[in-house]
Write a protein of this length. Structure first.
Length: 430
């Protein structure tokens, strides 16, 4: 698990938003290795990938329901527990089994695409109120996903999630740990070193054929798509979307001119524009700078994510996580390799490794409901989760807005607004 990100690969053709797709194959490979008494070692991967590899987590139910064993299991299980499944749901299931026609309440993809986030959220509230209650109305991607699942299966995504969480070892984050004897090695380095490495990696992309790759991807998959397809899947992955401004403005001819220019200066792109440089290079430079920025941001997010989901999980089975410091590469043997070997051998020989696993941390919001949507009537904003909601109610921004409203009401002679406790957030401490 490294903060260096796979998404940097500019023509990554994996559906990165669908870890289950990736996992269907890797789980078989792992099982094969285990049954041959070999130790599977998985290197790299995004956090979502690692999470759905280790836990039976429903990050994203497969689009094609019939093609997925895991989804079928959930469906079968939902069917067999007829006592707890709603009769209405069973009915819909039966309808679909016997009749392939579109259910009457289905909305076409085209229609969904033209709907505003609010309309989509309202629609989701109708078919899957539990999911609607968990998702921010602006989270169009997840709302669409939930609607898709409902349309394709006739089952709200929240039912799939509920089923999975109810398995032994399951919890609010998903199902149980798939492989009970797992060790996690986290290769880390200090933030400065990390930023430098990330920048270098972006810089080396030009040398490694970035331009032909993104051009090819753009010509093949993107040009023909409608504008709102840009918000979906691979097109949003880091390492491609940053180059769209350049790709749209310049063509392949300019790529060649720029590449020839860069070749002559050994791909050492000057930080600021120089007089002799070809047209388009400055825009490309800006795209690369943008990529550096989002990559840094993403790496910080990943680190936070590990802290929250691995170290801050109070109710989840988490394998021991060991931090290995890669900041000084000249100390690789002492700081990374030897401790890693010792940790792995210790586990095999059932003794205590010299390195201690990272300690779990208590997130200030742990224990609070993360899956509830609150709306502040004063600020006209939605908040997902009790933690964010409490932060908001205690924030100066909210207090100022509340005072402003109170003054306006007074001026208008409206008296107090104290009677609307739920509206002004009086449940929070004052
Ligand atoms: Zn507010």
């Amino acid at each position: 698990m490294s903060p260096l990100i796979d998404e940097l690969i500019s023509n990554n053709e994996f559906p990165t938003n669908n870890p289950i797709f990736l996992n269907s194959n890797i789980h078989k490979q792992i099982d094969d290795l285990l049954s041959a008494s070999k130790y599977p070692i998985v290197v790299g991967g995004t956090n979502y990938y690692i999470e759905s590899l280790l836990w039976d987590i429903l990050v994203s139910p497969p689009t094609s329901v019939t093609s997925s064993a895991s989804s079928k299991m959930v469906k079968d299980s939902l069917k067999s527990r007829s006592g707890s499944s709603s009769p209405e749901m069973m009915q819909r299931e039966d309808d679909r089994d016997g009749d392939s026609s579109t259910p009457s309440d289905e909305i076409s993809d085209l229609e969904l695409e033209t709907m505003s986030p609010k309309e989509l959220h309202d629609r989701l509230r109708q078919v899957d109120p539990i999911s609607a209650g968990r998702l921010h109305p602006n989270n169009k991607r997840k709302i669409l996903r939930a609607l898709e699942v409902y349309q394709e299966t006739g089952i709200p995504i929240s039912e799939f999630i509920k089923e999975q969480r109810s398995q032994p070892g399951g919890n609010r984050l998903g199902g149980p740990l798939r492989y009970p004897h797992t060790i996690l090695l986290w290769l880390r380095c200090n933030q400065e070193v990390l930023n430098e490495r990330l920048d270098k990696r972006v810089d080396s992309m030009l040398h490694n054929g970035l331009l032909p790759e993104v051009r090819n991807f753009y010509e093949t998959y993107v040009k023909s798509q409608s504008a709102n397809q840009y918000t979906k899947g691979i097109l949003q992955s880091i390492g491609f979307k940053e180059f769209v401004p350049y790709l749209e403005k310049f063509g392949a001819d300019q790529d060649t001119i720029i590449d020839n220019f860069l070749q002559n200066i050994e791909y050492k792109l000057p930080k600021e524009p120089i007089a002799s440089e070809p047209e388009g290079l400055d825009l490309l430079r800006k795209c690369l700078d943008e990529l550096k920025l989002v990559t840094r941001r993403y790496s910080k997010k990943q680190i936070k994510w590990i802290q929250n989901r691995f170290l801050g999980s109070h109710d989840r089975q988490v394998p021991p996580l060991y931090s290995l410091d890669t900041s000084d590469v000249s100390q690789w043997m002492a700081n990374v390799y030897s401790p890693a070997v010792d940790i792995i051998e210790s586990y095999i020989n059932e003794r205590q490794p010299k390195t201690t696993p990272m300690e779990s941390v208590q997130h200030p919001g742990s224990g609070l409901n993360e899956e509830v949507l609150n709306f502040c009537e004063i600020c006209k904003r939605h908040f997902v989760g009790e933690f964010q909601w409490k932060l908001h109610l205690a924030s100066n921004k909210h207090k100022r807005a509340k005072d402003g409203l109170r003054k306006r009401v007074k001026r208008l002679g409206g008296g107090t607004i104290g009677g609307r406790g739920d509206v002004d957030g009086s449940s929070a401490k004052k």
